[in-house]
Design a protein around this ligand. Structure first.
Ligand code: NAP
Length: 311
């Protein structure tokens, strides 16, 4: 199997993948996509469950997405995942979109059903499962601060907080207009009465240390959805001096190492986790959609950690 296939390959899939057994019937669409950990994770799941299919990477540029999606049924795909930058653009290309993905406005999983394309979103539900697994708490019980509430992951997670009925949500983003737009969409979810103190249930907070610090005593869980920390040389997006021991800190960045934000959490005595668990659970939920059976989590986790250790 090649590391990365292209639209030209997809147009003539039987010829491009003639030597592959079992056949390549699942993929991740992205641009870039060469870094994606989804193939090792899903191929481990397929091998463990004895399903006769393989999962690969497809480098699809934005202008190629519509054609690539149209080719899925004729080329006998079972499903695909969409990653950067296709998650929002995929939604209008679907024949049907499940209610949850429609509310979030983003599709990360496509399933084929009798030639029809059905869009789902497993990122938000994957985060819910991850938070429950790594911290032993339910997202809905948390007062949440989303850092990076302007990108795709921040949006999906903030919408999930609204859908779950979190008591409180603070949105922080370097470009504040994006957080304000998201807050306007989220307002109906936070219209109910306050339970904890006089603070607004939904707030947009400036990307400034003082302003974030003032939120900390009204926050249980901080979720970093910025890309700050993806490179080992990046600083922590929050300084340890403003963090406190009561916080749970979830860094969505998936890596085998402790991120700078996690190290800052350590210094402050706060518990933290990186995004491998979210990646695992969004993948497991996609697997369950495609095959209508439980995903082999243990095998998927081993493959994911091995991949993260190599990169
Ligand atoms: P994206 O749409 O490009 O969003 C990037 C976000 O980071 C935006 O909010 C952006 O703010 C902010 N940002 C970028 N550089 C910054 C800087 N120097 N200072 C402050 N803020 C900065 O990307 P995405 O798809 O949402 O991904 C974001 C992160 O989530 C990545 O680290 C990715 O690995 C992670 N993720 C994890 C999973 C998982 O399963 N674990 C799934 C999806 C994504 P502006 O709006 O101001 O540009």
């Amino acid at each position: 199997m090649k590391d990365v296939y292209t639209l030209a390959d997809l147009r003539d899939w039987p010829a491009a993948t003639a030597d592959e057994e079992p056949p390549l019937r699942l993929a991740v669409f992205g641009d870039p996509v060469a870094h994606s950990a989804s193939p090792p994770m899903h191929n481990a799941a397929l091998a463990a469950t004895g399903l006769a299919a393989l999962y690969c990477r497809l480098h699809i540029r934005p202008e190629e997405l519509a054609e690539a999606v149209r080719l899925l049924a004729p080329q006998q795909f079972i499903g695909v995942n969409c990653t950067i930058p296709h998650k929002a653009a995929a939604l209008p290309l679907m024949d049907r979109v499940d209610d949850h993905a429609r509310r979030i406005g983003v599709v990360n999983t496509i399933a084929l059903d009798g030639g029809q394309l059905i869009g789902f979103n497993t990122d938000g539900p994957g985060l819910v499962r991850a938070v429950r697994t790594v911290f032993g708490v339910d997202l809905r019980d948390m007062r949440v601060l989303v850092l990076g509430a302007g990108g795709g992951a921040g949006r999906a997670i903030a919408m999930q907080c609204g859908i779950e009925g979190c008591e409180r949500l603070a949105l922080v983003n370097r470009t504040p207009e994006k957080a304000r737009e998201l807050a306007a969409e989220l307002a109906p979810y936070f219209a109910g009465p306050r339970v904890y103190g006089p603070n607004a249930r939904l707030e947009v907070v400036p990307w400034e240390e003082d302003a974030v610090q003032r939120q900390i005593e009204h926050t249980d869980l901080i979720i970093n959805c910025t890309s700050v920390g993806m490179k080992a040389s990046d600083p922590s997006p929050l300084s340890s001096s403003i963090l406190q021991p009561h916080l749970l800190i979830y860094d969505t960045i998936y890596t085998a190492r402790r991120t700078r934000l996690m190290l800052a959490a350590d210094e402050a005595g706060a518990r933290s986790a990186n995004g491998l668990s979210m990646l695992l659970h969004q993948g497991a939920l996609a697997f369950e959609i495609w095959f209508n059976r439980e995903a082999p989590l243990a095998e998927m986790r081993v493959a994911l950690v091995a991949h993260a250790n190599r990169t």
